[in-house]
Structure formats: C-alpha cells, structure tokens
Design a binder for this molecule. Sequence first.
Ligand code: NAD
Ligand code: WQD
Length: 337
Amino acid sequence: MILVTGGTGYIGSHTCVALAQSGHDLLILDNLCNSRADVVDRLEMLCGKRPVFVKGDVRDAALLANIFAQYRITAVMHFAGFKAVGESIEMPLAYYDNNVNGTLELLAAMRRANLRTFVFSSSATVYSDPDGVPLREDSPRSASNPYGRSKLIIEDILADLHRAEPDWRIARLRYFNPVGAHESALIGEDPQGNPNNLMPFVAQVAIGQREFLNIWGNDFATPDGTGRRDYLHVVDLAKGHIAALDYLNLQGGMLTVNLGTGRGYSVLEVVKAFERASGCVIPYKVGTRRPGDIAQYWADPSLAYELLGWKYRRGLDQMCRDAWRWQQQCDKRGTSD
Ligand code: NAD
Ligand code: WQD
C-alpha cells in the first residue's frame, strides 16, 4: 500500500488514479487545508476501489506512527505542502513549517517504521533565473522566495539523508507547469479565491466568472513578448510518478529528474489554444510584469526518458480541452451547491 500525502489535492489526486491503475492500494493522508473530502468519492469512482482516507496533518508524529503500525505501507509519495509563491513571501514561517517541518516529521516517522522509499514533489522553481534553456537536472539552483527555498532545502535534506543512509530510495521530481485535469472531469484543480496560475485564470475568464485576463507583460525577450513556460498535462505528470516508483523499486538509489515536455508556450499561445478548445473568446489586457517573473523556461526532459522511459503524451490542445471540461463541471457544481 502506498501512502499519498496531499492525495486529495490537485496533483496527488491524479497520481492516486495512476497508482490505482497500476494495481496499488492507497492510503491518503490530507488535512484538507486546500482540498475537499468529496475528492475521495470521485477517486473511488475512478479507481474502482475506495482509497483509505485519513484526515490529518503530516506534522502529527503520533498519527504517522499509527498509520505505519496499522497498514503495510511500502512507499510514500509526498505531495502535502503549501505552494503559492506570493503567500510564501507574506507568511514565510508557515511555509517553512508546513513544507520543511512536514517533510522532516514524515521522514523521521518513516525511519522509525523502517520504511525508506520516498517520492518528493519538487519544482522547476529550484532552478536559478535560467539563462540557459532548456533546463537540465545539473543546471544551477537557487531560490528567490520562501516557497522555492523550502523546495531547495528539502532537496538538500534528501541528498544528505541519502548520503548518510544509502539504503533509502528517493526520487526528487522537478515538475514544470502542471495544467489540465482528468478527462472524466471528476477531478481537477479547484483554486480558492483568485487563481495564481495562468490556466485556471484563463478557464475562469472563458466561463464568464472573470471579465478579462491580465497578461503580465508583453515586453519580455520572447517571440511575442509574453512569458513562455513548459506546460505539462497533470495526467502525464501523474504517470511520471509511477515510472519513478518503478525505477526506485528496481534500481534503488537517488533519482532527480525533470518532468516537463521540453517545449515552451507563450501566454498568448495558451490563450489562443484555450479559445480553440472552448469556442469562447478570452478578452485580455496587457499589464505590467509580475514581480519576480522571468521571460521563459522549459525542461530538458531527456533524462526522464532515458532512466524511466517516461515522456509526455498530451499536447497543449488536450491540456486546454481537459481544463475546459473541468471548469464547466466546477461551474455546474457551484450553481447546484
Ligand atoms: P494542492 O494544494 O492541490 O495539494 C496539496 C494537498 O496537500 C492539499 O490537498 C492540502 O490540503 C494538503 N496539505 C497541505 N498541507 C498539509 C499538511 N500539513 N498535512 C496534510 N495535508 C496537507 O497542490 P498541488 O498543486 O497538488 O501540489 C502538490 C505538490 O506539488 C506540492 O508539494 C507543490 O509544492 C508541488 N508542486 C506543485 C506545482 C503546481 O504548479 N501545482 C508545481 C511544482 C511543484
Ligand atoms: C505562467 C505565465 C505569467 C497568470 C508558478 C510558480 C512555480 C510553480 C508553478 C510550484 C507567466 C503569466 C499568469 C495571469 C499572466 N509552482 N500569467 N496572467 O509563474 O511559471 O510558476 O506556478 O512549484 O513555483 O512560480 O506559472 O501559471 O503563474 O504563470 O500573464 O493571470 O503566465 O506571467 O508568464 P509560473 P503561472
């Protein structure tokens, strides 16, 4: 059985489906600070079996000890954490506590339970302001905000742990920009308040929940002047976790890989693709740059292919179609609640 922390969240829930499809039993630990309990019902429909769900916090050592004593957990996938860059600048202590302490508590509890297979959600945010795209796993790293620094610190903690105790099997997966939703529209990203990220914002404009998209700058050194990113379908990302777990079970060791497509799309290209997918016009205004934004970055995903045989399959049009289907479903649910 796999322990999935943060398993009712956006990426965790999609990974639960992929894990179940690969024959794994699941135990989800989530405190629901950024997700809803009814995701478990939807996962039951998608997985064909109800995951065990424990509402609780990864920083609760007694709870973790109970879980490890009660269930035969063989590996941990750790998604639980906070993820908003702007909020992390306002609340650094909360971010370090939840992300860094949360991971430390989990690792300590795993060690006590003699369990040593760990898959961690890292991020492309660990790369320094990237002059040299595509970004490779050995590209320079640094952080410009507490969220990014929490990922950097955890990556370093995991490297130190593996150096000291080489029997740990650890994957540090650096996600690029996850978007889209499961094609069933039963699970997806459900941001509270103003979405921080581009795709959910565009989807809310398309459905008429927001008047227009603010494009944060069109004076970057990119072909159309807007920022370019490596958007990755969340279902492809989820499958990357299965490939990483299989690799760890077979090879052991310490794995650090990018999960991205290897190509960048500009904000304007995303807007056009979403218009095609939804049949809606997306009004936008061009504003000033968002502080800290960089012009462009995308992954070199070749190591993930070489080591894991993993490669993205779903292109931008499908990402937008699935995000749109999910947005329409959220809209219906919102009006019927
Ligand atoms: P999410 O907020 O949708 O999911 C995180 C889940 O963890 C939520 O369900 C939340 O309720 C839960 N959680 C948070 N703190 C907890 C705690 N202390 N104990 C138990 N549960 C807790 O976020 P997501 O987009 O699915 O991201 C998952 C992971 O991937 C995060 O670690 C994030 O930093 C990382 N990541 C996300 C992105 C992205 O763009 N979404 C990119 C790179 C990396
Ligand atoms: C994409 C592009 C914006 C919103 C962030 C985090 C990063 C990672 C993923 C976790 C940029 C532009 C956006 C809007 C816009 N998360 N944009 N108007 O900035 O690559 O990464 O999320 O690890 O840490 O920094 O993604 O979706 O916010 O922005 O013009 O309303 O869209 O300027 O060019 P980003 P994003």
